[in-house]
Design a protein around this ligand. Structure first.
Ligand SMILES: [Zn+2]
Ligand SMILES: [Zn+2]
Length: 251
């Protein structure tokens, strides 16, 4: 069965996702129950699983209500079990998971939170607040080395892997990216598309890993232009990544 995905906007800029395959339907990172209920009613899909990429309330706030109403099982990072409301099935890289008889890859990507994971379902990576479109999450529970390792792990996914992230931060991320790499033609072309999409109120997800590698400054500490603009031509990737993250915090 093909995997179908519905974007479910929540709160002010969060995205939850309905993922449907065969008789199973999962919601990824339900911030709040209301919009998820509405999306289930609209599609007619029956919720069987609730997936959490990390413990933050804007990704788990709908867990308990949706679990109670539908009997769906909560699946999340086993290494952060105590902080995931209603967790039924703790998963990690070794365990992986299975959805509609299909192997789901679980990547442990700590740094935004210690327990953060990415689910990869049928070529779709749900990256939560670790990798955003043209951005990356804040380092709340990790350091630049840890986040760079996590992002490097995501960069090993095939280029056509779709990236579905936890927030619509793309336009601001892109403006920041242009301060570091104004000569990146791929980035400029992409910003035109992003600005057009946002002007219509359209979502900028999904991205792909290939596009992220070309335009996301957090995946590009080896870019000569970025290094030149930071005055860090001889520094290591982790140091350059850390400087990019520090500048984004102040942007
Ligand atoms: Zn978060
Ligand atoms: Zn978030």
């Amino acid at each position: 069965m093909p995997t179908e995905i519905e974007i479910v906007p929540c709160l002010s800029d969060n995205y939850a996702y309905l993922v449907k395959s065969g008789g199973q339907c999962a919601v990824v990172d339900p911030s709040e129950p209301g919009p998820v209920r509405a999306a289930l009613a609209r599609t007619g899909w029956k919720l069987t699983h609730i997936l959490n990429t990390h413990h933050h309330l804007d990704h788990t706030g709908g867990n308990l209500a949706l679990k109670q109403e539908t009997g769906a099982k909560v699946v999340g990072p086993g290494k952060d079990a105590a902080r995931i409301p209603g967790l039924d099935i703790g998963v990690d890289e070794a365990s992986g998971w299975e959805f509609d008889g299909r192997k789901v890859q679980v990547l442990e990507v700590p740094a935004h939170t210690r327990g953060a994971i990415t689910f990869v379902i049928d070529g779709n990576a749900f990256t939560g607040d670790t990798l955003f479109v043209m951005g990356c999450g804040r380092l709340f529970e990790g350091d630049p080395q840890m986040m760079w390792s996590s992002l490097s792990k995501l960069m090993t996914l095939p280029g056509d892997t779709k990236v579905w992230c936890g927030h619509e931060y793309t336009q601001s991320n892109g403006r920041f990216a242009l301060t570091l790499e104004p000569g990146n033609a791929d980035l400029m072309a992409r910003m035109d598309q992003v600005n057009a999409a946002r002007a219509k109120g359209a979502a900028t997800v999904p991205s792909t890993m290939a596009l992220e590698k070309k335009t996301n400054p957090f995946l590009r500490p080896d870019s000569g232009e970025i290094r030149k603009n930071l005055g860090m031509e001889q520094a290591g990737d982790v140091a350059v990544f850390g400087e990019i993250r520090a500048r984004k915090d102040k942007f």
